[in-house]
Design a protein around this ligand. Structure first.
Ligand code: SF4
Length: 495
């Protein structure tokens, strides 16, 4: 890959109803419903809202045969109403539902972690997809790898690659190219590393499948937007990505303008930059370039730091090249970029996309978001959140909250707000807030505590990966979570 100038990775076209992704097509935007897929009118109305907001592709979960079959009604109603959004069914655990959904929708997503490849099931699904012109996504998630992969590789980017490549090789053998692939994680470092390795692994085997980008369980508000922008922006800056989903624990239509802002931000890139040490750009393990252990915000700059400012429309490449060409390889560096916008969200998203990767790659030691239209405290918060999203400095509780979907068993948006209001002052803690027990526990990854929907109105609490209390009535669950945090000595009283 040429890392000195912006160019998109070469991928081939995949057609999903009226939306074609890959090759030189614009990066498509997608989102996912959180209505029950068995509820036709609610699902249709939400798909329409998401499409109206500007998403070309909309996904619905199909957890069982009933939901799979109801996709027929949803598709009929959507098309009757003139909604042309490409519709995707999201399948986990029940391969038979993939075969049901493939009769109705435009694309089927399967997770290699919980889809059987024995008995020729994948080959049969491919044959069915080919016949109806349905696309397929091989959607690998950190935290839900198959047991045999987990036992050999652990929950690692390498395991994710092995998992995806197994399935892609079957597609290649079957000469089925209408396939998209993803490697999501809530950990931006794992996510970026996995996607970069995937691009390399595919290139080594002559595969040009388009790539779907996403950071899972990013949370909500500015924090969730920043986390998504750090991960997705890092890869778009590499030229990787043909379609993106920004996952927020908010109404799904809120995800679309954030995704649009990101794709537009990368629509024009200019400049060519010398890169002195390209090997640093793709580390197999995280190393910091300098001896600074905790990167700083701009109001903390002291002696010994060098400020490097961006002056072009390609700040990531420009700043990376400037750092890598320093004579003193250990020189601590503050990266500075100016944002004239008045909207805090826009500044936060663009700065996270431009600068976050320089911390993910261990290159920069300080951040300076030069935003004259924002207040000093707002800028400070943005800088701290970017450092946290890039996992180099943790200054507040991290929430790993799923975006919710048709499986969600409680009002996750409201619950996240309530948990945040009680715990956001805690330092160095990760709390997972997940909608369902099926995917939640795996995908909250390295959370210290987990709050997971177990059944309607019932919550199960986790400490790390261990269940601590099952099926607590939802009204009491937040108090139990606080008690659990106290019991383990992780509680501090708010200042
Ligand atoms: S964890 Fe959340 S988004 Fe994932 S399947 Fe469960 S409810 Fe849906």
């Amino acid at each position: 890959m040429d890392i000195t100038k912006y160019a998109r990775r070469q991928s081939h076209e995949v057609r999903i109803a009226d939306c074609t992704i890959g090759s030189n097509h614009p990066i498509a935007i997608q989102s996912m419903t959180n209505t029950p897929t068995s509820d036709t009118s609610a699902s249709v109305a939400q798909v329409e809202r998401i499409a109206k907001a500007g998403a070309e592709i909309v996904r619905l979960t199909a957890q069982g045969k009933r939901e799979g079959e109801n996709l027929a009604n949803i598709m009929t109603e959507l098309r009757q109403k003139g909604c042309k959004a490409a519709i995707v069914a999201d399948i986990h655990f029940v391969p038979e539902v993939a075969a049901i959904a493939a009769q109705y929708v435009d694309k089927v997503r399967i997770n290699p972690g919980n889809y059987r490849t024995s008995n020729g099931e994948l080959e049969a699904l491919i044959a069915q997809c080919r016949e109806r012109g349905v696309a397929l996504r091989i959607g690998v998630n950190h935290g839900s790898l198959a047991k045999r992969i987990f036992d050999e590789w652990g929950d690692t980017p390498e395991g994710m690659i092995v998992s995806a490549m197994e399935f892609l090789r079957v597609c290649q053998k079957e000469k089925f190219d209408q396939v998209v692939v993803s490697m999501k994680s809530s950990n931006t470092r794992v996510m970026v590393h996995a996607y970069r390795m995937l691009a390399e692994a595919m290139e080594a085997e002559g595969m040009t499948y388009p790539i779907h980008l996403g950071v899972t369980e990013a949370g909500n508000g500015i924090e969730g937007r920043i986390k998504s922008a750090v991960g997705i922006g890092a890869l778009l800056a590499d030229g990787i990505g043909d379609t993106i989903r920004v996952s927020l624990t908010e109404a799904p239509e809120n995800e679309v303008p954030v995704a649009r802002m990101l794709t537009q931000h990368y629509a024009i890139r200019e400049g060519e930059f010398d890169v002195a040490h390209p090997e640093r750009y793709h580390p197999t393990e995280f190393v910091r370039r300098s001896n600074i252990t905790t990167p700083i915000t701009h109001d903390e700059i002291g002696d010994g730091f060098m400020v490097i400012e961006s002056h072009t429309s390609n700040p990531t490449a420009e700043l990376r090249a400037a750092i890598l060409s320093l004579e003193d390889e250990k020189q601590p560096v503050v990266v500075k970029c100016r944002y004239e916008q008045t909207d805090i969200e826009e500044v936060a998203i663009k700065a996270a996309a431009d600068l976050g990767v320089l911390f993910l790659d261990g290159l920069a030691d300080g951040i300076w978001v030069d935003a004259p239209e924002l207040e000093a405290e707002q800028v400070k918060q943005i800088e701290l959140m970017i450092l946290q999203a890039a996992r180099v400095r943790f200054s507040q509780t991290e929430y790993i909250a799923c975006p919710s979907c048709g499986r969600t068993l409680y009002d996750i948006e409201k619950t996240l707000a309530q948990i945040k209001s009680r715990t956001s002052h805690l330092k160095n803690l990760k709390i997972g807030i997940m909608g369902c027990i099926v995917n939640g526990p795996g995908e909250m990854a390295d959370a210290d505590y987990g709050y997971v929907g177990a059944a309607a109105g019932r919550i199960t609490l986790y400490k790390g990966r261990e269940v601590v209390e099952r099926n607590i009535p939802q009204e009491e669950a937040i108090e139990h979570l606080i008690e659990l945090i106290k019991l383990n000595g992780d509680w501090q009283e708010p200042e």
